[in-house]
Design a protein around this ligand. Structure first.
Ligand SMILES: *Cc1c(COP(=O)(O)O)cnc(C)c1O
Length: 367
């Protein structure tokens, strides 16, 4: 089976994990500190705070910028559910704004209409590695005194106007689940230039401990969101290879685009220099039955999945907020026709060719 994603793990990752296991120090140690400082250096921020997932990072980042019960946070309905859920953790309300048909990111021109006296922040998601219009978003945030949180979980290494994502907002959150560009197994990283945000995140990930005070002194209601030494060691090695990894992924995307160009009834993603590739997602013409195509690809040994269903139409959100179909029509339309196909760093030329050949055949014989 050609899977949708696969981590890119080499000898150096394996050796570094074995070393940690032999060292006897498995959590709160030197590997975390090194991974944090290397990562912050890569993004160009003052601080990096390692956490055990992107989701926990988003939770802490929102809490650290001051989001609390009753606040409104503007965000996108076209994302992995964790971005909106992190707002719910704080009993705040996600205010969805429809997306731009081309970039699939939040439509910055529709944000201002959704701002109320309760709005406290904009949580942007650079979807599939595609950069949001950060200049415009920061301008709006400044005008209305809102915080900007970047969900960079899919966009490590992407740039906007020559400046890397994760350094545009007040705080950003990266994720290292095995399907991301680089992985730590599970893990995440909060980055910021703001010392106060850094101190709050560091305390909250470790049971709300106060800094420089007695070990068991807890000032806030904290969590255990710590990243282990094993995960951190993996992260250090993966980060060393980031440029190579991003280059290889871009080459796979380019190969796909060149083999699939001129295929009727599908729309291909746009190749851009500033984009880091997370997934390869095509859009199917309405004429094509997606469920059917997924099943027929599966029979050929090719995995594929709809990416992403609209968040406001998820059962939880429909129940909580009474959302209905038709509220965010562009997002809904896109959600109904996107399809992610196998895509990973070390994907071989013949495997890309195999997927393209079958995809073309199955689309030509649409049932
Ligand atoms: C992967 C992802 C997350 C969550 O990361 P985890 O490490 O799986 O918790 C959040 N937002 C987006 C957009 C993601 O793709």
């Amino acid at each position: 089976m050609l899977e949708l994603s696969k981590p890119y793990i080499g000898k150096s990752e394996i050796n570094s994990v074995i070393k940690v296991l032999k060292s006897g120090r498995l959590s709160i140690g030197p590997k975390l500190i090194k991974f944090e400082s290397n990562f912050a250096k890569y993004i160009g921020t003052k601080y990096g705070i390692g956490v055990n997932s992107g989701t926990s990072g988003l939770h802490l980042a929102l809490k650290a910028v001051g989001i609390k019960e009753g606040d409104e946070v503007i965000t996108t309905p076209f994302s992995f559910i964790a971005s909106a859920n992190s707002i719910l953790y704080l009993k705040a309300k996600p205010i969805f704004v429809d997306i731009n048909k081309k970039t699939l990111n939040i439509d910055e021109n529709k944000i201002e209409k959704s701002i109320t006296t309760k709005t406290k922040a904009i949580l942007v998601v650079h979807i599939f590695g595609e950069p949001c219009n950060m200049e415009k978003i920061n301008k709006i945030a400044k005008k209305y005194r809102l915080k900007v949180i970047e969900d960079t979980c899919e966009s490590i290494g992407s740039t906007y106007k020559g400046k890397i994502l994760g350094s545009w907002g007040d705080v950003a959150v990266f994720a290292f689940y095995p399907n991301k560009q680089i992985t730590t197994g599970e893990g995440g990283m909060i980055v910021t230039n703001n010392k106060k945000i850094k101190d709050i995140c560091k305390s909250l990930r470790n049971q709300g401990r106060t800094k420089n005070k007695k070990w068991l002194n807890h000032e806030y209601l904290g969590y255990n969101y710590r990243l282990t030494e094993i995960n951190s060691a993996l992260g250090i090695e993966q980060l060393k290879k980031i440029n190579k990894i991003l280059k290889k992924r871009k080459a796979v995307a380019k190969r796909y685009n060149s083999l699939l160009k001129d295929t009727p009834n599908i729309e291909l993603p746009i190749i851009k220099n500033e984009k880091s590739w997370f997934v390869y997602v095509i859009k199917l013409n309405k004429k094509i039955n997606r469920e059917n195509l997924i099943n027929r690809l599966n029979k050929k040994g090719i995995d594929s999945k709809p990416y992403f269903p609209s968040i406001h139409l998820q059962p939880l959100y429909k129940k909580l907020f009474k959302y209905k179909k038709g509220l965010f029509p562009i997002c809904e339309e896109v959600s109904e026709k996107t399809l992610a196909i196998p895509f990973y760093t070390d994907m071989k030329k013949n495997d890309v060719e195999f997927v393209c050949k079958n995809l073309k055949e199955l689309i030509a014989t649409n049932e």
